[in-house]
Design a binder for this molecule. Structure first.
Ligand code: SF4
Length: 246
């Protein structure tokens, strides 16, 4: 399957993805953002000392989880030494440790840890993906990179649309990325003005998934106590209730 090297090729390749496996195959073969391609490959070459014996993935990181998900967790982008190293989203970094421990407590993951793509982790009724699929420098994609990557997210949402009931946006970037997805995957005009992001924010529309805001599980938030395990438990309990997941 051809690589995507321009924004137009991303649009075309995402649109013709027939299922999630096909979409993932397109995502991992994407080279449309020159700055991010350089960065993901440079990080994979230079590595962090603790991982110097490991082969880094160094490619875009697709979504993971239940193809019939009722709950989607929308993140920002893979971490340079997490998803960009292991090839699986939120895998192999501190953010993932916090997130998967919470998902396990909520009964949405079969184990509390996520260390490698082959560690046996499975999600129940839940899918995790990011607004931007390549690790960006300083965790900051440009608006252009966000827009170039959006078709992957939009098609993924479209493919799980039959079951999807709740989206948990981790952080303001993901919250903002949801509105264009609403238009692309549901043909629904986003509310105006757009509701502000906040931890515990909740937006409801008609015939579209409920949107919940949650502080990002970054170390910046979890180490400082801005986001506690109890706060995450509350968000996932609410998500399960809204999604009708036991
Ligand atoms: S960020 Fe998205 S669009 Fe850009 S190269 Fe990575 S996968 Fe492709």
């Amino acid at each position: 399957m051809a690589e995507s090297r321009t924004p137009a090729e991303v649009v075309a390749r995402a649109a013709r993805a027939t299922d999630l496996a096909d979409l993932d195959a397109g995502v991992v073969d994407c080279f449309a953002c020159p700055r991010l391609v350089d960065w993901r490959e440079e990080v994979a070459r230079t590595k962090r000392a603790a991982f110097r014996d490991q082969e880094y993935w160094g490619r875009p990181v697709p979504g993971m989880g239940d193809p019939a998900a009722r709950i989607a967790i929308l993140g920002l982008a893979p971490a340079a030494h997490g998803g960009n190293r292991t090839g699986r989203i939120f895998t192999g970094d501190r953010s993932g440790d916090v997130l998967f421990a919470a998902l396990h407590r909520a009964g949405l993951a079969n184990q509390p840890t996520s260390v490698s793509a082959t560690d046996g982790l499975a999600l129940r009724a839940t899918r995790i993906f990011s607004a931007v699929r390549c690790a960006p420098p300083d965790n900051k994609p440009t608006p252009g990179e966000r827009d170039t990557c959006a078709p992957w997210l939009h098609r993924e949402v479209e493919l799980i649309r039959p079951t999807l009931r709740v989206v948990v946006a981790l952080g303001a970037f993901a919250w903002a990325a949801w509105w264009p997805a609403l238009r692309a995957a549901y043909g629904v005009r986003p509310p105006s003005p757009r509701p502000s992001f906040g931890h515990g924010a909740h937006w409801s529309g008609t015939a579209v998934p409920e949107l919940l805001g949650c502080y990002h599980v970054s170390q910046q938030n979890t180490f400082t106590g801005r986001l506690t395990p109890e706060m995450l438990d509350d968000v996932f309990a609410r998500a399960k209730q809204l999604a009708g997941v036991d």
